[in-house]
Design a protein around this ligand. Structure first.
Ligand code: SF4
Length: 493
């Protein structure tokens, strides 16, 4: 008899629970070694305890200081699936060598095995997301007719970049699935309150009602609700932001997906079915499918492909420490409406959608030259869907351009004009997105030019940056902008 040891992000039925029972572990060290968001701790503990309750007698849930301590307490070898971080991978390989882990099996948490990705990557000079995504669509026979994409295009990104509708506070779309808390959540909340009082955990962010699915039943309900009521609206406004609408038409499925409660293939199959049934337009479905079996899986494989030192890459030599107000999520110290709302969203829910992450928080950090490794840690611990494998490619590669262009062909920095076009923030802000100098100069607009000026030499060979780098010479007030931004230092805008 060999139990299956399941980590807290391997909780769905597609992870083999076998006939011999399951080991689940609440490791105090895993919970306390980093300042996680309070709601992240809640979601992980709640998911683990709900899974243990579902499995009943076939599961053993151990609460120990360390994973190794749990295996000693269990006193018998276990089988595991490949874990999702270098640290956990090293641990299970070590335990495998001692015989405490009998086998390390491929993970079913992603549609493509790591060995298959390695074969796909082969000797390619560039690992382009677009190529990987096509490969995935063809391999999974998803929205394709023979060799060709349904609708004649692989990407409907062009159709999915609309600004928010004018004059509305919220998108006209039914609200997302909302789980109902139960006794297990109450117990988790009591434990976290007590551990915080006793100094065992030091969570950041606010506590709040649970808004994400933590069980298989809840995850399926959230998927169904999204596909049936919200997917159709998702596409066109997926990059838009409204101050009064934190969910927009996003799925909120990243948490249950990253807890391993949903098989990514069942998720995209359900979305494709909605298209075939005429319930959702192709552009929306394609945009969603791209996120799940394109971007998400690409980022997963790049985590292993680039290796453990990737997150320390720093090609723009960004060394600014995260200022305390940013680190602590002190949104109330911030006047800039877009940044204030994004930070408040992280503080209050541990989640904002991909555009506030990339074009507000990440953009701000790149402009100020925050250290990319520290920033990766910040995103990983402050976001409820953040895990070791999720953030390096997203932050170091995509948002901070710290990998020298291995992932993205240019830095994702922009001035206030982009935020103004894609949101309703600027109208209610004390800054003016068109101004780069003066008391009401938009810190994003000024920061954009200061970023270009600071990194001009490092970006010189990048042909996509040639025009903006040239344009800065036409600014009569560039020196003033740079001096003003230097003077701003690390104070909140
Ligand atoms: Fe953000 Fe600038 Fe717009 Fe204010 S004016 S909301 S700081 S982009």
């Amino acid at each position: 008899m060999t139990r299956r040891w399941l980590f807290a992000d391997q909780l769905g039925p597609h992870f083999d629970v076998g006939r011999d029972g399951v080991l689940l572990v609440e490791s105090r060290r895993a919970l306390t070694r980093r300042p996680f968001h309070r709601q992240k701790l809640h979601l992980v503990l709640s998911a683990l305890r709900h899974r243990a309750a579902e499995l009943g007698d076939s599961a053993v849930l151990l609460r120990t200081d360390t994973y190794t301590g749990a295996l000693h307490e269990l006193g018998e070898p276990v089988r595991v699936h490949e874990p999702t971080s270098y640290a956990a991978d090293r641990l299970v390989r070590r335990l495998h060598a001692t015989g405490m882990v009998e086998s390390v099996d491929p993970t079913p948490g992603y549609s493509l095995a790591r060995s298959e990705f390695a074969a796909w990557a082969g000797n390619r000079r560039q690992l382009r997301m677009e190529d990987f995504y096509r490969f995935q669509r063809q391999r999974l026979d998803l929205l394709v007719e023979g060799e060709r994409p349904v609708g004649g295009r692989w990407s409907f990104d062009e159709d999915n970049r609309e600004p928010p509708p004018k004059g509305v506070e919220r998108l006209d779309v039914p609200p997302p699935y909302r789980p109902r808390e139960d006794d297990i959540d109450a117990e988790v909340r009591d434990d976290l309150d007590r551990w915080t009082r006793e100094g065992l955990v030091s969570p950041v962010g606010a506590d709040g009602p649970r808004v994400f699915a933590v069980t298989r039943r809840e995850a399926l309900a959230a998927l169904e609700r999204f596909v049936t009521h919200r997917l159709g609206v998702f596409g066109p406004h997926e990059d838009a932001m409204l101050r009064g609408d934190w969910t927009m038409a996003h799925s909120l499925l990243s948490v249950p997906l990253n807890l391993g409660l949903l098989d990514p293939v069942e998720v995209v199959d359900r979305a494709a079915q909605a298209y075939r049934d005429g319930d959702a337009p192709l552009a929306s479905v394609e945009g969603f499918v791209r996120q799940v079996i394109g971007w998400r899986e690409y980022v997963w494989h790049l985590y292993w492909h680039f290796g453990p030192t990737y997150r320390r890459r720093n090609s723009l030599q960004a060394r600014t420490p995260l200022p305390p107000w940013f680190d602590r999520l002190d949104a109330d110290e911030v006047d800039a409406a877009c940044l204030q709302d994004a930070l408040a969203g992280v503080r209050d829910r541990g989640w904002v959608h991909h555009i506030p992450r990339l074009m507000v928080l990440g953009n701000w950090a790149a402009q100020r030259g925050y250290d990319p490794d520290d920033l990766t840690e910040w995103f990983q611990t402050r976001f409820v869907d953040g895990y070791d494998w999720v953030m390096p490619a997203n932050v170091v590669g995509m948002s901070q351009h710290a990998d020298g262009g291995a992932m993205a062909t240019k830095p994702y920095v922009s001035g206030g004009a982009y935020i103004n076009r894609m949101s309703d923030y600027c109208g209610g802000c004390r800054y003016d997105p068109k101004k780069r100098v003066g008391d009401d100069a938009c810190p994003f607009t000024a920061g954009y030019w200061a970023f270009l000026d600071r990194n001009a030499e490092r970006l010189e060979g990048n042909h996509r940056m040639a025009r903006p780098l040239q344009q800065r010479h036409r600014l009569a007030d560039l020196e003033q902008v740079v001096a003003q931004e230097r003077h701003r230092g690390d104070s909140p805008p």
